[in-house]
Design a protein around this ligand. Structure first.
Ligand code: ATP
Ligand code: MG
Length: 351
């Protein structure tokens, strides 16, 4: 198949890990006879330096026209002055809005060979395979805000339409997995959560083949640590999702391992590792490229519909995590290039 992929390497380690992900996609194209065309555009701090804007109009237009977008990371100490008129992170928020992505997917799998790096005991981690679906456009982050000398407010608002569309995504995704959805809210206290719960329950009626369970967010924070292998798809609102996915990321052992996808209607998607620009190691060739490479696998799956190719990349990564080489964050001493080469070689066995 033919696909147009825009790459936004961004700042810090972004260019290093994005280059590795592109190399893997090129290897996939070679093995399976696909024709992927890549076009690189600036975003974040490097875009501010070049154009004065964190998301130049040409970058957004290219992303809107593309079949999928692969992002590295944005930001860094050079652009972190809180009083600066523009900041790199604004580029990312504007990009999400411009692409209309509303469901943020974060798969969490704990590789058995890496269990020692996790704060949880190995037996607790067995079989952990969770897909978080975080609502990305509503809630307290986007509600009206006020700040006076003695008080401040953040309005938390959700519409039925916003809840419904992310709920449908979650149920659809559960059908391709173990057919179970856990919806997380705070329905004992919050009106938005009561609307969330009733809307999820109504959508669930259209998916009788998928099990549904409701959890309160405080219980869920505990259950993720005590019984992480119990969960399949976890769907929740913006703020709860932000917090729970960082908690979950800690279980995997390293930030450098985890991918994410942000999806809107249809197959349009934005794919990025969950880690930031890691300025402390940028430019040294030591960043772990696995989060970016697994993000490329999600791109193959969700935007291009290439499930076999996505699984081949995931199997190649799993093989490298098991046998090495490993990057420094995983206790090894391999650089980005050595990990990439190992993934490419492993891909020959799985493609
Ligand atoms: P941001 O604010 O952009 O999200 P952050 O403050 O959350 O960034 P990161 O930039 O993700 O932090 O870095 C956190 C720590 O994790 C740093 O010590 C960094 O070196 C390490 N780290 C992040 N990504 C990787 C990676 N791909 N490989 C190895 N180490 C990484
Ligand atoms: Mg961060």
């Amino acid at each position: 198949m033919k696909a147009r992929i825009v790459t936004l390497p961004g700042d810090g380690v972004g260019p290093e890990v994005t280059a590795a992900a592109v190399a893997v996609l090129e290897a996939v194209a070679g093995h399976y006879g696909h024709d992927f065309a890549f076009a690189e555009h600036p975003i974040g701090g490097c875009a501010i330096d070049a154009t004065g804007e964190p998301l130049p109009a040409a970058t957004l237009e290219a992303c809107q026209r593309a079949d999928a977008v692969l992002l590295g990371a944005v930001g860094g100490p050079k652009w972190s002055d809180p009083n600066a008129p523009v900041r790199p992170e604004q580029g990312l928020l504007a990009l999400r809005a411009g692409l209309g992505v509303y469901a943020n997917l974060r798969p969490l799998a704990v590789h058995p060979a890496l269990a020692a790096l996790s704060p949880l005991k190995t037996e607790k981690l067995r079989g952990v395979d969770v897909l978080f679906v975080r609502e990305l456009t509503g809630g307290a982050y986007f509600g009206a805000k006020t700040r006076g000398a003695d008080a401040a407010t953040d309005e938390c608002k959700y519409t039925v339409a916003e809840i419904e569309r992310v709920a449908r995504r979650a149920f659809e995704l559960a059908r391709g997995r173990r057919r179970h959805v856990t919806s997380v809210d705070k329905a004992n206290v919050l009106e938005t959560s009561r609307l969330w719960r009733s809307t999820i329950a109504r959508v669930a009626a259209d998916y009788p083949d998928v099990g549904l369970e409701h959890q309160l967010v405080d219980s869920m924070a505990m259950l993720l640590l005590t019984q992480p292998s119990r969960y399949d798809v976890v769907v929740t609102e913006n703020l709860f999702g932000d917090i729970l996915t960082d908690e979950a990321a800690a279980l995997a052992g390293s930030l450098g391992l985890l991918p994410s996808a942000s999806l809107g209607e249809g197959s349009h998607g934005l794919y990025e590792p969950i880690h930031g620009s890691a300025p402390d190691i940028a430019g040294q060739g030591v960043a772990n490229p696995v989060g970016a490479i697994l993000s490329a696998a999600l791109l193959l799956r969700h935007s291009l519909g290439l499930e076999a190719e996505a699984q081949a990349v995931e199997a190649a990564v799993a093989q490298v995590l098991e046998h090495g080489p490993r990057s420094r964050d995983l206790g090894g001493n391999a650089g980005t290039a050595a990990v990439l080469d190992a993934v490419r070689i492993a891909l020959e066995d799985h493609a």
